[in-house]
Design a protein around this ligand. Sequence first.
Ligand code: UT7
Length: 321
Amino acid sequence: MTLRAILAGTGSALPRTRVSNAELAERVDTSDEWIVERTGIRFRHIAEPDETTATLGAEAARQALAAAGLQPSDIGLIIVATATPDNTFPASATKVQALIGAPDCIAFDVAAVCSGFLYAVSVADSMLRTGAAKHALVIGSETFSRILDWEDRTTCVLFGDGAGAVVLSAEEVADDRGILATRLHAEGKYCDMLYVDGGPSTTGTVGHVRMQGREVFRHAVTNLADVLGEVMEDVGLSATDIDWVVPHQANKRIIDATAKKLGLPAERVVLTVDQHANTSAASVPLALDLAVRDGRIRRGDLVVLEAMGGGFTWGAAVLRV
Ligand code: UT7
């Protein structure tokens, strides 16, 4: 028997308001044609004032708990991956804890931007396997619309808001179920390529997203293909063994190019970027939840998660559902 972190349930939440490219083109100098051709994005959800990173995260968490058949009181660890917390502190994880009514447990945020969910999954996996908790809520939740410069068409058309959550449970298993491998990377020398131009310790303001899109694109394809190769090697499996890839949803061209590099057919890649745009740390758990709920991802499937974002940070995980 082996102690592993098992995927026990998934959930997600999207803001009420959905905005099409055409609607965006009414207030920004862009077009549906440009956005679809360059990114594959057609819609994004934008949070209303009463919808925050914590409220969206809490809704996704409630769904994941229900799917796992657990109560808030069963949870011993809550990690929220986010770059857009409700407040500089306390951690959004403690706000989610209060909103779902979970009693005293471990709760903290992870800041690794678009790779945040992969970082959070990896931390939760380690903590569950060393006995820190029996059940963990791992949440990616973002309200990037609050930190976009709506005058900058090179960034504001790319992002959306939302949340996704998973329950991971520590279980002794006799088979290869659960998280089988994770790999994380960071290269801070590229921190100026995708960043926010404000913060508590510098400007004292929240700031806006700035990105050198072409450079990020180039690094993303290389780094993601490399890290996917690493985790598959870790588990001794090849691309043909993968049932589903759930990639970070930044740009359909990045997703297609990465899949092509690895020889993965498009039918095995979960795609939501057309409906949600880039929801940063929320994009992987959101896509995972949709594919679980619509029956594509089933018990026994080998699933690979990957993401890359500001820092640069990137990572991947392999799990048997
Ligand atoms: O979450 C992880 C981080 N993010 C990413 O992974 C994003 C990575 N980068 C990308 O997805 C792409 O680089 C973008 C979608 C951001 C841009 O696509 P691109 O093919 O690299 O376009 P570009 O930046 O080279 O811009 C091409 C042209 C420029 O015009 P000129 O200089 O050729 O005349 C831009 O000014 O497109 C123009 N442009 C736009 N036109 C209409 C830039 N943004 C827009 C826009 N609407 N929204």
